[in-house]
Design a protein around this ligand. Structure first.
Ligand code: TEU
Length: 519
């Protein structure tokens, strides 16, 4: 099977199922909720939906702890419903991307339960005796991404590896059964009409079999970006090609050349562009990020992706309203002063910037509503990152609050009492209210996605522009973003297609504002 390359310039909407829409009133988002809101997504104009893990899971990490990769979590619905959803979306022209979590499983997965029971199967994971006189020290110095050692000790004295929470034991990717199982899982979902797969923690799967200390400084790194991985993705690509399906890898790697290796023509089709997501609101930095991104993708022929936010990072309007506008896991502390009006102006301009660039664009649910990061009462935080940090890190729940759909309904129309509390004033962001307001973030996103084809599918050409201003053209359209404090004159044009905020009385573009023009 082949595909028509739809993914090269798609707008892909990320659905965090648990917080999208609650169809059965139990306070947890579900597939019924998504199905009921498909017309909303069609009207928004997106090409595909990426669902964060919807599989059976104890939800110790929002579903990234998978107990059964072939079953839908009962809180979300059933497999039959997922199949209906995939088909109904496709009828509306919307494709489905599922999230595969290959680095680890839930500690409730049958493989890990069997391994714990002492039977065979420990070789599917990384079990080791400890160090120290009585094996009381972890086997090496690896740290969990959520804080603390990446090892947990069992009553029988052995330790097992988990790069994330203890409830997420890492699989041993050197074992052929692990590889076989994942190829089967891919087929299982492709057979059900899924058009693509997001690969979670894609650069972390392979481990140095000797599990040396990180501080030993041995190259290559013992668990990041190891060469063995490319074999895995070549095998996956062969499976995807049978179905015309595509991959998007979550490949967090600062080294652009190493990153691009995952995008070679026989590996992953695309990967998230975290350089753009973490980039501060600064014209020079953004231009460098855009240029580097396009340059690193060109040799491998893969399209770039543009991501402003996801379920792991601070919401865009909050981030852009702070003094430090780039995203950094270390500085997302509670109470950082935020100018939401400023952040919102910038987020609107950033939306027009990213939707005008060549490549695919990811929109995380609620970004199209301009939702801010929420302060979650400490005793309601569920993200394991919070507890594992000893309470110093607020974790990622602030960007995962259930969506507001109807301003006049209880819980802003989400459904039942939401699993995470909605902050005061959440109803003001409701989709029904924004749909009626031509100046809303939702109206801007709808218009931008509708007008995006004006930019064609070719490369961009930068235009000369004053300091602090980004200006480029593609096809017959121009995008100008003013990140400076002072207004600037617009370049020559025949028509103003869209603007993120009003021009000044002299027809100039104010700071923190973007326009789309027809040449
Ligand atoms: O995130 C993987 C990841 O690389 C981490 O950096 C993650 O972003 C974390 O927030 C920072 O320490 C993916 C998922 O996106 C995340 O939600 C999961 O918790 C994680 O994998 C484990 O599956």
């Amino acid at each position: 099977a082949t595909d028509d390359g739809w993914w090269r310039s798609a707008v892909i909407y990320q659905v965090y199922v648990r917080s999208f829409a609650d169809g059965d009133g139990d306070g947890t988002g579900d597939l019924a909720g998504v199905r009921a809101r498909l017309p909303y997504l069609a009207e928004l104009g997106v090409d595909a939906l990426w669902f964060t893990p919807w599989y059976r899971s104890p939800m110790k990490d929002g579903g990234y702890d998978v107990a059964d990769y072939r079953a839908i979590d009962p809180a979300f619905g059933t497999l039959a419903e997922a199949e209906k959803l995939i088909a109904e979306a496709r009828e509306l022209g919307i494709r489905t991307i599922v999230d595969i979590v290959p680095n680890h499983v839930s500690d409730q997965h049958p493989w890990f339960r069997a391994a714990l029971a002492g039977g065979p199967g420990r070789e599917l994971f990384h079990f080791r005796p400890g160090r120290g006189e009585h094996g009381e020290l972890p086997p090496n110095d690896w740290q969990s991404e959520f804080g603390g050692p990446a090892w947990t000790r069992l009553p029988d004295g052995d330790w097992y590896l988990h790069l994330f929470a203890p409830e997420q034991p890492d699989l041993n990717w050197a074992h052929p059964a692990v590889r076989q199982e994942h190829e089967d899982i891919l087929r299982f979902w492709f057979e059900r009409g899924v058009a693509g797969v997001r690969v979670d923690s894609a650069a972390l799967l392979a481990k140095d079999p000797e599990l040396p200390d990180v501080t030993e400084g041995r190259a290559p790194h013992p668990y990041v970006d190891r060469d063995e991985l490319h074999d895995v993705y070549r095998a996956w690509r062969a499976v995807a090609d049978e179905y015309g399906a595509v991959f998007v890898g979550e490949v967090w790697l600062p080294d652009t050349e190493r990153f691009a290796r995952y995008l070679r023509p026989d590996e992953l089709h695309t990967a998230f562009n975290f350089s753009f997501l973490t980039c501060p609101w600064d014209a020079d930095r953004l231009r460098t990020s855009i240029d580097d991104t396009l340059a690193e993708h060109a040799p491998v022929g893969a399209p770039a992706t543009w991501v402003l936010c996801n379920h792991d990072v601070t919401r865009t309007v909050t981030r852009y309203g702070r003094a430090d506008t780039g995203f950094d896991f270390a500085t997302k502390a509670f109470g950082t002063p935020t100018d939401l009006a400023l952040g919102t102006r910038r987020a609107r301009a950033a939306a027009l910037l990213s939707l005008a660039l060549p490549g695919a664009v990811y929109v995380y649910q609620g970004e199209e509503l301009g939702l801010p990061e929420a302060d979650i009462p400490l005793d309601r935080i569920e993200d394991p990152m919070h507890a594992r940090s000893g309470g110093t890190d607020p974790g990622r729940d602030g960007c995962r609050v259930p969506l507001p759909w109807a301003a006049g309904e209880p819980h802003a129309g989400f459904g039942g009492e939401p699993w995470l509390p909605q902050p005061d004033g959440w109803a003001a962001y409701a989709t029904d209210r924004q749909a009626e307001d031509p100046g809303s973030m939702l109206s801007l996103y709808r218009a931008a996605i509708r007008l995006r084809p004006e930019f064609g599918d070719g490369p961009l050409t930068w235009l000369p522009a004053p300091d602090g201003v980004l200006a480029f053209t593609r096809a017959d359209a121009l995008c100008v973003v003013n990140l400076a404090d002072t207004p600037v004159d617009l370049p020559a044009h025949t028509e103003l297609l869209l603007h993120s905020g009003p021009l000044d009385t002299a027809g100039r573009l104010p700071g923190d504002t973007a326009v789309w023009l027809r040449a």
